[in-house]
Design a protein around this ligand. Structure first.
Ligand SMILES: CC(C)(COP(=O)(O)OP(=O)(O)OC[C@H]1O[C@@H](n2cnc3c(N)ncnc32)[C@H](O)[C@@H]1OP(=O)(O)O)[C@@H](O)C(=O)NCCC(=O)NCCS
Length: 183
């Protein structure tokens, strides 16, 4: 496994890159201030651009850590930052990561997050050298499960009342891809 940190990735429609503090306005207005986006997430809806700026101050300070993987999703067509995808838990011994993501509502339904997730999965396997990439969603948020399906993850199981988010306690639906799935 290599601790190479958040590298820039490119797909057909997207650039995935490290955040800068200048992204705070896009972060706030495109997704972090929208309670529909944060409905099934674990962090509170941002109440001002200053909250987004503080979050970005924290994240950008961590890019020097090679085990920190957190991308701004940039729509090439406009140059705007429209969402986030990151490793939320890294188990170096198992060479395994859990990922999470959120996208501005105006951009839902165009297959953007599956495109981003596929690129992140490829990076984590091929560049970082992981053996497993997993993700979970609230059972009441099947849209996120569709993203996992489209990115080639397989359903693993449902952990009853194992999670907690802005809706309260929830059943966690887990998906993963392991190295041997990718031949
Ligand atoms: C889940 C999410 C990332 C999906 O991203 P996306 O780029 O829209 O993904 P897709 O375009 O592949 O759409 C996935 C599913 O969302 C649903 N969907 C699509 N457009 C939608 C819209 N405008 N409104 C509501 N649901 C929509 C569809 O069921 C779609 O599945 P389908 O393609 O089989 O019909 C996005 O909805 C989001 O950011 N939600 C809020 C944050 C979140 O839940 N993150 C995941 C936490 S585990």
């Amino acid at each position: 496994m290599r601790s190479i940190g958040t590298g820039t990735l490119e797909t057909e429609r997207l650039i995935l890159r490290q955040y800068t503090l200048a992204d705070a306005e896009d972060m706030y207005s495109n997704w972090a201030s929208d309670p529909e986006v944060t409905k099934f997430l674990t962090w509170p809806t941002h109440t001002s651009p200053d909250v987004s700026k503080k979050v970005l101050e924290d994240w950008t300070a961590q890019y020097s850590d090679g085990g920190f993987y957190n991308w701004a999703i940039v729509l090439k067509a406009t140059g705007s930052v429209i969402g986030n995808i990151s490793v939320v838990r890294l188990n170096s011994a198992a060479e395994a990561a859990d990922v999470g993501y959120a996208l501005g509502r105006a951009f839902w339904g165009r297959g953007i997050m599956p495109e981003a997730l596929k690129a992140v999965i490829a990076f984590l396997f091929d560049e970082v050298g992981l053996s497993r990439v997993a993700a979970c969603h609230d059972a009441n948020n099947p849209n996120s499960g569709r993203v996992m399906d489209k990115a080639g993850m397989k359903y693993e199981g449902t952990l009853r009342q194992a999670g907690h988010n802005n809706q309260g306690t929830c059943d966690e639906v887990w998906h993963s891809v392991i190295k041997s799935d990718r031949v």
